[in-house]
Design a protein around this ligand. Structure first.
Ligand code: PLP
Length: 430
């Protein structure tokens, strides 16, 4: 078999998967160890044909997957492995360049710089900021906190008790103490906490639990006065800022020191792709740049390895480039707006039923809600066991809520209405 034939098999498989995924059960129905047991104990001694591997993909792997690329996947932050992104991943592997220094990949470095500038324009961020791509927001936050520590060693990182756990993990990794700050009745970080011994504050735009937006303008003012680094975690909701009517969520972000947005969450880019900007690139450079003769670069161009933890860097910018070009800003805005509309529609269905309530504000594409009398964990479990939808739960204060997160480009109004029917049918008898 030639590579051309193999490629054609694989691309046929990809097209057919995307066509049939809406009919597959969203969540895997397998027991731990089941998939491993179906695989040979030892690796193959002789080469195998791609057709055999695709057969195993169909028979063993697909039934053992929870399908994130399913239009009724509503758990955590649902996302999309879009067609432009899939094409991008193919090209990335084909080129297989390592974007560590400008010399190691001149066009890789400059496409990355260009897409970061394009995306900054779409999001309304200052174009003068440095931007680059990390694998995940977890890594981007490590980079931001390492820069903060470079400026002010020791000390503590403050973030709300609703901040993603990656913030605490990042603080731990860079050797800073993590201190959780209380939230108000809408799960936003309180801005009036004492900044004792602070090295950094992390504000969240779109918290993981309820998508609350912390008071960034106030936090930015306080951090600037105190000389404390303000990092904004907009991993999920930052994408909304490409729509002028949702740009309010970025109020004050231009006064922060760094911000992370994950195109692999709500910007239709396959895992992984996390975009990090900073107004203070010299602090990132101070935290990460180490010169070695075997990596001697050129002095008049940027070496992206000097701005984050990794030396070897994938050409992630290429898939983002395809996404930005093949959807266009118009296409991306239309999808974000449709998701917000669907979330409002779902919330209105919940609100119309006196047995249920919406638990928190829902300005983006995620709705937290609960049944007033039944066990919400049990409802979510039953709903997911139907195979028709996949929803997760979260704790907001003392209450368990069900989260419906819309992030798949193919999710339709029918999917949302069906999700509501399934959820209602899954309420245990009282
Ligand atoms: N920040 C927020 C608000 C998140 O919701 C998440 C993940 O859901 C993260 C950060 C971590 O993102 P990543 O998986 O890219 O590290």
């Amino acid at each position: 078999m030639s590579f051309r034939e193999d490629l054609s098999h694989v691309s046929d498989w990809a097209v057919s998967y995307l066509e049939r995924v809406p009919q597959l059960p969203v969540a895997a129905d397998v027991q731990p160890g089941q998939v491993r047991k179906a695989l040979p104990d030892a690796p193959p001694e002789s080469p195998e044909a791609v057709a055999d591997i695709l057969r195993d993909l169909d028979e063993i792997v697909v039934p053992g997957l929870t399908h994130w690329n399913h239009p009724r996947f509503f758990a955590w932050f649902a996302n999309t492995g879009s067609e432009p992104g899939i094409l991008g991943e193919l090209l990335i592997a084909t080129l297989n360049v390592n974007v560590m220094t400008w010399l190691s990949s001149p066009a890789g470095t400059e496409i990355e710089t260009a897409v970061m500038d394009w995306l900054a324009q779409l999001l309304g961020l200052p174009r003068s900021w440095h931007g680059h791509i990390e694998d995940t927001a977890s890594t981007a936050t490590v980079a931001a906190l390492a820069a903060a520590r470079h400026v002010r060693p020791g000390g503590a990182v403050y973030a709300s008790n609703q901040a993603n756990f990656s913030v605490e993990k990042a603080a731990r990794l860079v050797g800073l103490e993590f201190r959780a700050v209380d939230t108000d009745d809408e799960f936003r970080m309180r801005a009036d906490f004492p900044l004792d011994g602070a090295t950094a504050v992390v504000a969240t735009v779109g918290t993981t639990g309820s998508t609350a937006v912390d008071p960034v303008p106030e936090l930015a003012r306080r951090c600037a006065d105190a000389g404390v680094w303000l990092h904004v975690d907009a991993a999920y909701a930052g994408a909304a800022a490409i729509c002028p009517e949702l740009r309010w969520c970025f109020d004050g972000v231009d006064q922060a020191d760094s911000v992370v947005v994950n195109p692999h969450k709500w910007l239709f880019t396959p895992m992984d792709c996390s975009t990090l900007w900073t107004r203070r690139p010299e602090a990132l450079h101070g935290a990460f740049a180490i010169e070695r003769d075997y990596l001697a670069g050129t002095t008049d161009a940027i070496d992206l390895k000097d701005y984050g933890p990794a030396l070897g860097r994938r050409f992630r910018a290429l898939k983002l480039w395809l996404v930005l070009r093949m959807y266009g800003a118009e296409g991306l805005r239309a999808l974000i707006r449709e998701h917000v509309r669907l979330a409002q529609l779902f919330a209105s269905l919940v609100e119309d039923d006196p047995d249920w309530e919406v638990s928190s504000p829902h300005p983006f594409s995620t709705v937290c809600f609960r049944h007033n009398h039944a066990d919400n964990d049990e409802i979510a479990r039953r709903a997911t066991a139907t195979g028709e939808i996949f929803v997760a739960t979260a704790k907001l204060g003392d209450e368990t809520v069900i989260r419906l997160a819309i992030g798949n480009a193919k999710t339709s109004e029918d999917d949302i209405r069906r999700a509501w029917e399934v959820l209602r049918a899954c309420v245990p008898a009282q």
